[in-house]
Write a protein that binds this ligand. Structure first.
Ligand SMILES: [Zn+2]
Length: 640
C-alpha cells in the first residue's frame, strides 16, 4: 500500500508544534525546553541543547551532529515500519485514512514465501560481524538464518507483507570454484521489491545499494533510509515494479560497486530514475590505511576499511549527475565504437556497415510508401526485444498495420504462417490464433504502442515515450512517422518546428541513452527512380543536417529490373546510408530482397528463415528457397 507523501505532510501540518512534543516524549529528550522547542541531541553526547525543532518543516535538526528527523523517523526508530508510523501519525492528527487490513496479501495467485523461523543466528551474526555488521543492524533488517546456516534476507512490501526471501552462504563465496552467491526461496514467487523498503521515509533522500550487505553497511553507519536492489546490478525490473513508490522521492542516491556491472547499473538507474533528482556515490578504488593501500569495491568494503564516519562522508559527498543538453561529438569519436551498445537490424551487410543503431543517437529513415520502411523497422524492433530491451512505438499507421497483421507476420516468418485462399483464388497468409496468443504473451510489456486515441502533438507523444523509457526501460524509440506528429504550428512556421523537433529528439536520445528512429517521407515530387538524397526529404533540410544518421529506402525501378547491366536490377529495394556522422562516411548502398509472404527483408537464407525468441521450436529442415543472387526473373514485389 502506498501512503502518499503529500498526505503525511498534511498530517504533520495539522499537528503543528504538537510534532515537537510527541517526538520529545518518544525520544525522551533531556533538558527539553518547551518554549523554544529544543533539547539535548539523542544522537550524540552533549550537555548544551543543540537539537532544535523547525516549525516550518516540522523536524528536529541537530547543529552538533547534523541529524535531522521528523515524526515518521522517530516512530520508525522505535521499531515501527513506515506503514505503522503513518497510521500512528494519522491517528494523532485525527485524519481518517483507510489502511485496509494489516499484512493483507494483495497479489492474487501469488505463491508467497514461507517465513524462516527466528531461531539460532550464530553463524549469521558471526559472519556478518566479521564484515562489520552488528547484531543491532541484523535485528533491524530482520535478517535470519536457515537450517543450513545461510543468511536469510526478508523482503517486505510496503504493506509489510513478506513477499520474497533470499539466501546467501554465511561465508566468503568463491565464484570461481562454482559457489552460488545467492538464491531465492524454492517454490515461491519472486517480486523484485527493494530490500528494507517498508522502513523507508519517503520524504527523505533514498539511498539505493547494489546488495543487501551494502545496505546493511550503510544502516550500520547510521544512514537508515537505504534499500538494496533485489537481484543484482544487471536486473532493473525493480524500477518498473516499484515505479509509483520511487516516484515519491525528491532525491535518490545510487551506490553501486565500482566494477563494470556496477557502473552500468548506476548509469541506467540515473537515466531511468531521472537525472534531475538522482545523485551517485563513487566507491573509491582504494583507501590508504597506515601507509598501506587497501583496494575497495563496494559500500561494505568502505565500512570495513574506513569505518562508519567514512561511509557517512561518502554519502555526504554524493555527486550530482552532470546533465548534458547536447551531444559532444568530439567525445563520441574518442569512444571505442565497437564497444558502444545499440540496436541491430538482423540484416548482416547493414549491421556490418552501421555496426549498430547506437543508443544516444537519432536515426532518420526515409522512403516512399511501399519501400519497406515498416518492415525494416519491425525487424529491428523484434531484434531489440530479443536482446532483452523493450521498445516504444508511435505509429498512426498502426490500425492499418494491425489489420494487415504486419508485425505478427514478420515475427512469425514463413514457418508459422498458414496459407489461405480467397474465393477468387488469390493466395494470402495468416498467423494462426494459437501462434498469435503465444506471441502476445512473449511481447507483453516489451512493445509499448502509443494509443490511437491519444493526442498526436509532440509534447504528448514525447511525454509518453519518456515514461516508457523510465518506467519500462525502453531502449528503442520509433516514431512512425513525421507527418503524423502534430507540430502545432501553421505552414510558415513548419520548418522551425521541425528543426525544434529534431533537436528535441537528439537531446532525448542523449539524455536517456536510447536509440531514436524517426521515419519520414521523401518529397512527393521526387523521381521514384533516383536515390534519396539530402534535399529529398519532405520538409526542412535540417532533418538530415541534424540527425546522426540518415537512411533511405527505395524500390528498384522497372527500368533497372529490365536492364541486365543494372547494379540493382536483381534486388527489390535499395538501401542507402545518406549520412553517417558517427562513422564519418556516407554513400553506402546495398540491395535487399523482400519476401512477400513473411514481409521480411533478407540478403541470404539465414535472414530469410530467421527465428525470433518467442518461437522456441527447433527446426531441422530447411524451407524452400529461391537464391535470388542467381539470375531469376520470377519474383513479385508487394504493394502495401
Ligand atoms: Zn546530534
Amino acid at each position: 500500500m502506498l501512503v502518499e507523501k503529500s498526505l503525511v505532510e498534511k498530517a504533520k501540518e495539522k499537528l503543528g508544534d504538537e510534532n515537537a512534543f510527541i517526538m520529545a516524549e518518544l525520544l525522551e529528550l533531556e533538558n527539553f525546553d518547551e518554549k523554544n522547542l529544543k533539547g539535548c541531541c539523542p544522537y550524540h553526547r552533549e550537555d548544551t541543547p543543540s537539537f532544535v525543532y523547525n516549525k516550518k518543516d516540522h523536524r528536529f535538526h541537530c547543529f552538533g551532529c547534523n541529524s535531522t528527523v521528523d515524526i515518521i523517523d522517530v516512530l520508525m526508530g522505535k521499531g515501527h515500519t513506515f506503514l505503522d508510523a503513518a497510521k500512528i501519525l494519522f491517528e494523532k492528527a485525527d485524519i481518517m485514512y483507510s489502511f485496509g487490513e494489516k499484512d493483507i496479501k494483495t497479489k492474487r495467485n501469488y505463491k508467497y514465501p514461507k517465513e524462516e523461523p527466528l531461531g539460532d543466528r550464530s553463524h549469521v551474526i558471526e559472519y556478518l560481524g566479521k564484515r562489520g555488521i552488528s547484531k543491532n543492524t541484523i535485528d533491524y533488517l530482520d535478517m535470519r538464518e536457515d537450517f543450513n546456516g545461510n543468511v536469510v534476507f526478508n523482503f517486505y512490501d510496503t504493506n509489510d507483507v513478506l513477499t520474497m526471501v533470499k539466501y546467501r552462504p554465511s561465508r566468503t563465496v568463491n565464484k570461481d570454484a562454482g559457489d552460488i552467491k545467492a538464491w531465492c526461496q524454492k517454490n515461491a514467487d519472486t517480486t523484485p521489491l527493494l530490500f528494507n523498503m517498508n522502513r523507508i521515509n519517503t520524504s527523505k533522500p533514498l539511498l539505493i545499494c547494489e546488495g543487501e550487505i551494502d545496505c546493511a553497511s550503510v544502516i550500520e553507519a547510521g544512514y537508515l533510509n537505504a534499500v538494496s536492489v533485489p537481484l543484482g546490478a544487471g536486473n532493473l525490473h525493480w524500477i518498473e515494479e516499484n515505479w509509483n513508490w520511487l516516484d515519491e522521492f525528491d532525491s535518490i542516491i545510487i551506490w553501486s560497486d565500482n566494477d563494470d556491472a556496477g557502473m552500468k547499473m548506476r548509469k541506467d538507474c540515473i537515466y531511468r530514475l531521472g537525472t534531475w533528482r538522482t545523485k551517485y556515490i563513487e566507491t573509491p578504488r582504494c583507501y590508504i590505511k597506515n601507509g598501506k593501500e587497501i583496494s575497495l569495491k563496494d559500500a561494505n568494503d568502505c565500512l570495513q576499511v574506513g569505518g562508519k564516519e567514512y561511509v557517512l562522508k561518502l554519502i555526504g559527498d554524493a555527486q550530482d549527475v552532470p546533465v548534458k543538453s547536447v551531444v559532444d561529438y568530439s567525445e563520441i569519436e574518442e569512444l571505442d565504437i565497437s564497444q558502444m551498445d545499440g540496436v541491430t537490424t538482423g540484416i548482416k551487410p547493414l549491421d556490418n556497415e552501421l555496426l549498430k543503431i547506437f543508443y544516444g543517437t537519432l536515426t532518420v529513415l526515409s522512403g516512399r510508401p511501399g519501400s519497406g520502411k515498416t518492415s525494416i523497422v519491425d525487424q529491428a524492433i523484434a531484434r531489440t526485444i530479443d536482446d532483452g530491451n523493450p521498445v516504444f512505438l508511435f505509429s498512426k499507421e498502426m490500425p492499418e498495420r494491425m489489420s494487415a497483421n504486419w508485425f505478427n507476420t514478420i515475427i512469425a516468418g514463413r514457418r508459422n504462417l498458414e496459407r489461405r485462399e480467397t474465393l477468387d483464388g488469390r493466395e494470402y497468409h495468416i498467423v494462426p490464433y494459437d501462434t498469435q496468443k503465444k506471441m502476445q504473451e512473449y511481447y507483453r510489456k516489451k512493445l509499448m504502442i502509443y494509443r490511437d486515441d491519444e493526442p498526436n502533438d509532440v509534447d504528448s507523444v514525447m511525454k509518453s515515450a519518456e515514461e516508457c523509457v523510465r518506467k519500462y526501460g525502453c531502449k528503442f524509440i520509433v516514431l512512425d512517422n513525421l507527418m503524423m506528429l502534430d507540430l502545432q504550428c501553421n505552414e510558415s512556421e513548419k520548418n522551425t518546428a521541425q528543426t525544434n523537433l529534431i533537436n528535441r529528439l537528439i537531446k532525448f536520445a542523449s539524455k536517456y541513452n536510447v536509440a531514436v528512429c524517426l521515419i519520414a517521407h521523401p518529397r512527393k515530387t521526387q523521381d521514384s527512380n533516383s536515390d534519396i538524397e539530402m534535399y529529398d526529404i519532405s520538409g526542412s533540410s535540417n532533418i538530415i543536417n541534424l540527425a546522426m544518421r540518415s537512411i533511405g529506402l527505395r524500390r528498384t525501378s522497372k527500368k533497372e529490373k529490365e536492364d541486365p547491366n543494372s547494379k540493382w536490377g536483381k534486388y527489390d529495394v535499395v538501401l542507402s546510408v545518406i549520412k553517417d556522422r558517427i562513422l564519418g562516411k556516407a554513400d553506402f548502398q546495398m540491395g535487399l530482397w523482400y519476401d512477400l509472404t513473411s514481409r521480411r527483408f533478407y540478403t541470404d537464407y539465414d535472414e530469410y528463415d530467421a527465428h525470433f525468441k518467442w518461437d522456441d521450436k527447433v527446426y531441422n529442415d530447411k524451407l524452400p528457397y529461391i537464391d535470388r543472387s542467381l539470375p531469376n526473373p520470377e519474383y513479385v514485389f508487394p504493394d502495401k
